[in-house]
Design a protein around this ligand. Structure first.
Ligand code: 5AD
Ligand code: SF4
Length: 348
């Protein structure tokens, strides 16, 4: 396939996703990088990632911290979260993401509310207060509202797959894992006023090129101001891995991860696109390659080391923590001290 043959409809996207020609893939990444710089500029925005807890009420079939896996569970104390957020401020990251397993207990909900207020009052010197993104799964609308009122302004909730059939192949088929409920949560977030980000995994068992094309078209239809998607990385003890179902090689999943970023940049030129952690796990220069393929956000992991090693969604042994200095040069400008809201959202 040639770049001149690329169209951004379902058939064109699926053909581009299925095409494994290295020259085509490289040309696509270059074009997406050019479009990124021309549209949102050369800056990369930083989100300090704080993994607050690996306790989760859900049982997603691909996830290494699912409820039924036996692993050491942890929860950061309020003081630990605050200390980590202060590190983000002192390193001028501009914003943080609080991510964790899905929990609905009142004590946890209140803790997040208190933390939001405290984080917003951290002194950042000359910069605006830290921006806060939450990624804590599906919650009742009132909880989303409470957290929004306490200062959260972005929320990440991946759809995981926009195809309901595939969704139910990678999740238990019960009321706790309802596709419709998830979709509703995304629309609730948007209505409340959050910048609601979503995304899906790339290169999963049972996933076709058409499914991935549909994921991209779903982002467009949902009009997402930000997207975080990344390659599927099998975890040895999860049901999805244990079924023995085939999935693309690590090399293909990495190439697909970059290609999906590039296609999305062409489809939605002015949104924020994250180079996900899962890319970094597959290639030590994964996030840099993501940025050079059209991404403009990275999430350096600032979770204290002792707990970070327990947040094993998948094998992350190769993860290189939070240094960002190696990204300067290569035309990438680091957006220190900025919230980095997407241009797309500001336009609305
Ligand atoms: N491979 C890649 N991503 C995964 N996630 C969970 N398990 C895996 C895995 N095995 C992702 C999900 C979830 C996010 C927190 O981590 O997409 O939304
Ligand atoms: Fe829980 Fe998220 Fe893992 Fe699902 S993917 S089991 S919701 S941490």
């Amino acid at each position: 396939m040639k770049m001149s043959e690329l169209t951004l409809d379902r058939d064109g996207l699926a053909a581009a996703i299925a095409c494994e020609d290295a020259a085509f893939e490289a040309a696509l990444r270059e074009e997406a990088y050019r479009v990124k710089v021309a549209t949102v500029g050369p800056e990369v925005y930083l989100r300090g990632l704080i993994e607050i807890s690996n306790i989760c009420a859900k049982n997603c079939l691909y996830c290494g911290i699912r409820r039924d896996i036996r692993c050491q569970r942890y929860e950061l104390s309020e003081e630990e979260v605050l200390a980590t957020a202060r590190v983000a401020a002192s390193r001028r990251f501009g914003s943080v993401v609080i991510q964790g397993g899905e929990r609905g207990d009142a004590a946890f909900v209140r803790k997040i509310t208190r933390l939001l207020k405290e984080i917003k009052s951290i002194d950042t010197g000359e910069d605006p207060p830290l921006g806060v993104t939450l990624s804590l799964g599906e919650q009742p609308r009132e909880v989303y509202e409470e957290w929004f009122d306490a200062g959260a302004h972005r929320y990440l909730l991946r759809i995981e797959s926009s195809n309901p059939d595939l969704y139910y192949k990678i999740h238990p088929n019960d009321s706790r894992h309802s596709y419709d409920r998830r979709l509703q949560a995304l629309y609730d977030l948007k209505e409340i006023g959050y910048q609601a980000g979503t995304g899906a995994m790339i290169g999963m068992p049972f996933q076709t090129a058409e499914d991935m094309a549909d994921d991209l078209l779903f982002y467009k239809k949902f009009d997402a101001p930000m997207i975080g998607m990344g390659p599927y990385n099998p975890h040895p003890e999860t049901p999805l891995t244990l079924t023995g179902a085939a999935y693309p090689s690590a090399e293909r999943r990495f190439a697909l991860g970059l290609k999906m970023i590039a296609l999305l940049r062409l489809l939605m030129p002015d949104i924020n696109i994250a180079a996900a952690t899962a890319l970094e796990v597959l290639d030590p220069r994964g996030r840099e390659k993501g940025l050079l393929s059209g991404a403009n956000v990275i999430m350096p992991n600032i979770t204290p080391e002792e707990q970070m090693v327990k947040y094993n969604l998948y094998d992350r042994k190769t993860l290189n923590a939070s240094d960002v200095k190696d990204l300067s040069g290569k035309g990438i400008v680091i957006g220190y001290g900025r919230w980095g809201d997407s241009k797309h959202f500001r336009k609305e």
